[in-house]
Design a binder for this molecule. Sequence first.
Ligand SMILES: Nc1ccn([C@@H]2O[C@H](COP(=O)(O)OP(=O)(O)OP(=O)(O)O)[C@@H](O)[C@H]2O)c(=O)n1
Ligand SMILES: C[C@](O)(CO)[C@H](O)COP(=O)(O)O
Length: 228
Amino acid sequence: MKYEAIVLAAGQGKRMNAGMNKQFLELGGEPLIVRTLKVFDGDARCAGIVLVVNPAERQRLAQLLERYRIRKVTALANGGQERQHSVYNGLQALKGEGIVLIHDGARPFIRVRQLHELADAAVQDGAAIPAVRVKDTIKKANGLFVEETIDRSSLWAVQTPQAFRLSLIMEAHEAAKRDGYLGTDDASLIERLGKPVRLLEGDYQNIKLTTPDDLLFAEAILASRLVE
Ligand SMILES: Nc1ccn([C@@H]2O[C@H](COP(=O)(O)OP(=O)(O)OP(=O)(O)O)[C@@H](O)[C@H]2O)c(=O)n1
Ligand SMILES: C[C@](O)(CO)[C@H](O)COP(=O)(O)O
């Protein structure tokens, strides 16, 4: 079964501190956002991509799509103040049926195999997200003093793309908007409706480029993939 994708590129990249939206930073000679879009564009099961952009960067992104011959972007939607608002705007460009994969433009190392696993799981269960087991010991603190150590055996670090039945994620976003709820991912909007979200084993290499250190990790991942 095919799916549609929403790829988010409308952040500011403040934590990257690059003086520009991090989506335009070059990784192995190609802009980060291009690397991310290419994964979806090259997947036969991807029916179309809604790319969510800052209005001021619309033209620059449209030029990149032309230059790198990315053909599956069907719409450019305007981003919002927070990530959740950007996703909401992206959803408005889709019809309320089928499966949607919502992905951070800043995660270029997603594998096509995982896109398919997520889409298939969303067909079955309505909502499916990739996640990796937390490796560090996690402590809850009050200021700089430890309050407690959290049992990590049930803790997962969640990634994107997050896959949903379109009607379900639209309902969840409408409810969040109505209630003034702001989450840091899309699955949390489903959780608050009391509906199940399935976890799929993710990939530690599917990093989000957030701070300058992540550029070093990204170069290493890229180099390792060139020899695959
Ligand atoms: N209002 C927003 C905020 C974020 N994003 C996108 O959501 C993804 C994940 O967000 P994050 O890594 O936090 O990116 P930024 O918001 O760009 O970074 P920062 O918080 O450091 O400014 C990114 O691909 C970003 O472009 C978006 O489309 N619209
Ligand atoms: C959705 C997300 O990628 C899951 O890990 C993440 O929460 C988005 O990034 P942010 O830094 O929380 O905005």
